[in-house]
Write a protein that binds this ligand. Structure first.
Ligand code: NAD
Ligand code: LMR
Length: 328
């Protein structure tokens, strides 16, 4: 049987970059047929309908069906995987948290529609910003759907971190593993290399040979570069990241469904590493049997703990802000 995938905001930039890769089998594999539901608001319908015509013209072997709708009941009907992309992107000079008021209203009704109409095995990946808190809102409105099925995309941050490490080491990105992203998909996030390896060797040892003082390099170069990469992209290209975001979304879902030993994702906290229960925070995770598990027992020194706490404090503030708006 085919997998039904709902893409909200399918008429937007990331939607356009996602659809054809999903239809080509990049997300679920070359043997898995897919049915696509393109969910938009009325203003976005024409763009989504145009994308649907192009999907037809792609003559994808794996693509069984495409439906374009602005009705969430239709869009989420029988959905196995929901990619919640539809939301306003930020512009120059904005932080992602500035989108809270504009976008938070989207995710409560979508959580309700998922609860009412999606398949019982539904998995949700929130891409629309601020992704962690939007995932929290959607989960809190989805009665009967386990909270751990709602996730927020921080794989883009992990991919950015691995790419920066590869550049610093002049090494292929494929050899770089066990980089962790902690906290919020925001400028406070903590990209953590203390457990990372390059070709099986501790990455901090390899970095010391290149950059000298690894702690100083992390503080002044690596962490700001990764955490502010979204803003850098906006500054350089005039609008926020698209193809890299779509690619990371595909990585996130592929690893969730097919399994991985180590990646990072925004998942609901059950109190791991002292992160308050119920927050959607990024953690290092593995996927086993189609479920994310937070990788527990990693050492966090005082400096790392302070970095994680600062990002979690921001998530707590965001939760308070949406509570004040009556959205959770
Ligand atoms: P875009 O403006 O090109 O597209 C957004 C689309 O969403 C539009 O077509 C719009 O009509 C649609 N939309 C708005 N409200 C909707 C709703 N209620 N239901 C369905 N569709 C709706 O924006 P984009 O560049 O595709 O970015 C989308 C979101 O993804 C933004 O919030 C952006 O900040 C975020 N983003 C997140 C990451 C991440 O790593 N988490 C990375 C890049 C972008
Ligand atoms: C990104 O990280 O590129 C996205 O979250 C878009 C943004 O606003 O930074």
């Amino acid at each position: 049987m085919a997998t039904t995938i709902t893409i909200t905001g399918a008429g937007g930039q990331i939607g356009y970059a996602l659809l054809f890769r999903i239809a080509a089998g990049d997300m679920l594999g070359a043997d898995e047929k897919v049915r696509l539901r393109l969910l938009e608001i009325p203003q976005g319908m024409a763009a989504a309908e145009g994308a649907a015509l192009e999907l037809q013209d792609g003559a994808f072997d794996l693509l069984e069906h495409v439906e374009v709708t602005d009705d969430p009941a239709v869009g989420f009907d029988g959905c196995n995987i929901a990619l919640l992309v539809g939301a306003r992107p930020r512009g120059p000079g904005m932080e992602r948290g500035d989108l809270l008021a504009a976008n938070a209203g989207i995710f409560g009704p979508q959580g309700e529609a998922i609860s009412a109409h999606a398949a019982s095995d539904v998995r949700v990946a929130v891409v629309g910003n601020p992704a962690n808190t939007n995932a929290l809102i959607a989960a809190s409105h989805a009665d009967g759907v386990p909270a751990e099925r709602f996730t927020a995309l921080t794989r883009l941050d992990e991919n950015r971190a691995r790419a920066q490490l590869a550049l610093a080491l002049d090494a292929p990105v494929s050899g770089i593993r066990r980089v962790a992203i902690w906290g919020n998909h925001s400028a406070t996030q903590f990209p953590d290399i203390s457990h990372a390896t390059v070709d099986g060797r501790p990455i901090e040892t390899a970095l010391a040979e290149r950059v000298g003082d690894v702690s100083a390099w992390q503080e002044t170069t690596f962490i700001p570069r990764v955490a502010k990469r979204g803003a850098e992209i906006i500054e350089v290209r005039g609008s926020s990241s698209v193809a890299s975001a779509a690619s990371a979304t595909i990585d996130h879902v592929r690893d969730w469904v097919h399994g991985t030993e180590w990646t990072s994702a925004g998942v609901v906290s059950f109190g791991e590493y002292g992160v308050p229960e119920g927050l959607v925070s990024s953690f290092p995770v593995r996927s086993v049997g189609g479920r994310w598990e937070i990788i527990e027992g990693l050492e966090l020194d005082e400096w790392a703990r302070a970095r994680l706490d600062a990002s979690v404090a921001e998530l707590v503030d965001e939760r308070e802000a949406v509570r004040a708006l009556g959205m959770v």
